[in-house]
Design a protein around this ligand. Structure first.
Ligand code: NAP
Length: 343
């Protein structure tokens, strides 16, 4: 019903614009976006056909969004999972990761940073100073974007910012993973895991990964050396003396992972704070990774992708109108790689 009213609203505005082109102020530029007016599951998401185009401020750029990547954090934000830390102001446009083309730059953005027409990827989430990526146009902080990897399509590039920078930071910075070291990557078929496998292989490491039965061929194709079906095989009985564990699952999987590490090894989790008792018991280092993609890391990821012909597996594309279905799919179906909104 709300969608219907909004669509009717837009039709009226455009009819008015045709009849009275000189009267309608040029500043009324509206666009389509996926918004929420309250926290809740996907049925609170509204497609607003007459969202005012976001306005530029210093240090920001206005981007025509080509595609927006979906991450678990999108439905967690929409459901209110982060409302204590980052309370939203309603209506709030959803979406963080994107790829697109710069339409306008704000004050303080020099041509050596970005200029009109640049193809970029990065983040435009409201929690990081953007206007929301599930929209036809978005404002993004110039520090949260970089030039799009040339070899990737817009759809693939939109699936890369958060998972690419997370994998990059964990493997190259937190773990300093090097040639011939052994790493276990949990959730190898997921968004982060599928990039982490490719990065670990290009660093020359030996990769074991845990996945569901049906995902085994997918991760083998990405280069995994040992694949463990987490639903039927206890990974800690099969692997020993590993240099590193990358945990993208948390909970019991995190705690059992300490047994796989050799003394002096490292476990990095996207979900769990370091457990000092387990660290001391096993003589290993534990790190929690909180990823906020910035220009420097996005550039490093883009360069690595272009130089090594890395692929982002986009399992399913949705339209902007189907943003709610896309969040449900990400949450319930656990895609191989990524879900992306083509805009
Ligand atoms: N700290 C941060 O800054 C940060 C940043 C990004 C993401 N995250 C979090 O990191 C997690 C992973 O993100 P993502 O984008 O990679 O999510 P994703 O695309 O949904 O991937 C998660 C993968 O884990 C698999 N999985 C589930 N239970 C498993 C288990 N017990 N053992 C092995 N694999 C299992 C899932 O496959 P099935 O089909 O088998 O279930 C899925 O392939 C999410 O919880 C996300 O919110 C945190």
């Amino acid at each position: 019903m709300i969608c219907k009213l909004l669509i009717q609203g837009t039709t009226l505005i455009s009819q008015f614009a045709i009849i009275y082109p000189l009267i309608l102020p040029s500043t009324i530029i509206s666009m389509k976006s996926a918004q929420i007016n309250k926290y809740g599951s996907s049925d609170v998401i509204e497609i607003n056909q007459s969202t005012p185009e976001p306005s530029l401020s210093p240090g920001k750029v206005l981007v025509a969004i080509k595609a927006a990547g979906v991450n678990p954090v999108d439905w967690k934000i929409s459901e209110g999972g982060f409302q204590q830390m980052f309370p939203l102001q309603f209506p709030s446009t959803l979406g963080i990761d994107f790829s697109g083309v710069i339409k306008q730059v704000g004050e303080g953005v020099s041509p050596s940073d970005f200029k009109q027409g640049d193809e970029v990827f990065g983040q435009a989430g409201v929690i990081s100073g953007g206007s929301g990526a599930f929209a036809e146009m978005a404002v993004a902080n110039m520090k949260s974007i970089a030039n799009k990897p040339k070899r990737l399509s817009y759809t693939e590039a939109a699936g890369l910012p958060l998972v690419g920078v997370a994998a990059w930071r964990v493997l190259t910075e937190d773990m300093s993973l090097s040639k011939d070291q052994k790493i276990l990557i949990h959730g190898g078929a997921g968004g982060i895991g599928s990039i982490a496998i490719q990065l670990a292989k290009s660093l020359g490491a030996y990769v074991a990964t845990t996945v569901s039965t049906s995902d085994e061929p997918f991760v083998q194709k990405l280069g995994a050396d040992t694949v463990i079906d987490y639903k039927t095989q206890p990974f800690e009985d099969l692997l020993q003396n590993y240099d590193a564990v990358f945990d993208t699952v948390g909970g019991d999987t995190y705690r059992r992972s300490f047994k796989v590490l050799k003394k002096g090894g490292v476990i990095v989790s996207m979900l769990e704070q370091p457990d000092s008792k387990l660290m001391n018991q096993y003589g290993v280092k534990a790190i929690f990774q909180f990823t906020q993609p910035d220009k420097e890391h996005l550039n490093k990821v883009a360069q690595w992708v272009d130089q090594n012909n890395i692929r982002v597996n986009v399992e399913k594309e949705f339209s902007l109108d189907e943003a709610g279905d896309a969040l449900d799919y990400q949450k319930n179906e656990h895609p191989r790689g990524k879900v992306v909104l083509a805009i």
